[in-house]
Design a binder for this molecule. Structure first.
Ligand SMILES: [Fe+2]
Length: 288
């Protein structure tokens, strides 16, 4: 038996405990509260905090911050589980096909991509948004939020860059006005766009993630371009960390802003590794 993982004879655990140790919800009391409020479903049925969770069960979290569905792969035995192990206790199935009662996703990734390609003539800026989208998707999965909505925030965040490059005071505001006029109504995504452009304080996890991801993608691209292989595949964490300390390298990428990932309870090492992995997933689109 692996340390901290239940033997085949004890393949069940309380719902609130599973949500906590899997880090789908960070604290036990919030996991209990989510169950009590009716936000948690196991195999389609509303779950009490004491409901038993077994491998193979499907858990749906219909939280005010978004909706996510996972399949339980393993149940923990010990009181604590390492971060690495916690992410292996489940796999994200994704958004259920029925629209959430709380949110209406009014744009697909393809639609958003077509919109930014028609709005932003600079191909490198389009690549920047594709990179941010990939990192935001990975951040959502890491923190237990809806990957589709976080990805949209990354993809759309600089939608107005061509119109506002001379006037930062309008950056973000023009994008939100355009999206609203198109009928896009995901307020959390719109707020993340405003917050990254410093038009509102950073409050939600999505806003904090976008703020940290924004300079990090450019930093990683700069690292790839100066690496002998000129590829993302050639980079590793040590290389990124060395360049991070060289303040004159990619000086436009604010180290403080990148390090703000710590406000999401992530070390810089984990954050850089996650972003690098996510960008490797879209390397052909980035040409790296
Ligand atoms: Fe950006």
């Amino acid at each position: 038996m692996l340390l901290g993982i239940a033997s085949p004879y004890k393949l069940k655990v309380r719902a609130d405990k599973f949500l906590q140790v899997s880090r789908l919800i960070k604290q036990r009391r919030y996991a209990k509260e989510a169950c009590d409020r009716g936000y948690v479903f196991i195999n389609g049925k509303r779950a009490k905090p004491s409901e038993e969770v077994r491998p193979g069960d499907r858990i749906t979290l219909d939280l005010p911050s978004g909706r996510v569905e996972v399949e339980v792969l393993e149940v923990p035995d010990g009181k604590s589980v390492s971060k690495e192990k916690s992410a292996k206790l489940y796999r994200v199935i994704g958004m259920p096909s029925a629209p959430s009662s709380l949110y209406n996703i009014s744009m697909t990734r393809d639609q958003a991509l077509a919109l930014i390609k028609s709005s932003v003539p600079n191909k490198n800026l389009v690549k920047h948004m594709i990179a941010c989208a990939a990192c935001m998707r990975a951040m959502a999965l890491r923190h237990g939020y809806d990957p589709d909505r976080w990805e949209l925030a990354g993809l759309l965040h600089d939608l107005d860059v061509a119109e506002t490059s001379e006037d930062f005071a309008k950056h973000g505001i023009v994008a939100v006005q355009r999206l609203r006029a198109m009928g896009f109504g995901d307020e959390e995504v719109l707020n993340a766009i405003l917050a990254h452009a410093e038009k509102k304080p950073l409050e939600t996890p999505m806003e904090r993630a976008l703020y940290a991801v924004d300079p990090t993608t450019g930093f990683i691209v700069a690292c790839a371009l100066m690496h002998p292989t000129k590829t993302l595949a050639g980079l590793d964490l040590e290389f990124l960390k060395k360049r991070f300390k060289e303040r004159r390298f990619a000086a436009g990428a604010s180290r403080e802003q990148m390090a703000s990932c710590e406000s999401l309870e992530m070390s810089l090492d984990e954050f850089l590794t996650l972003c690098l992995e996510a960008m490797r997933g879209v390397a052909p689109e980035l040409g790296l």
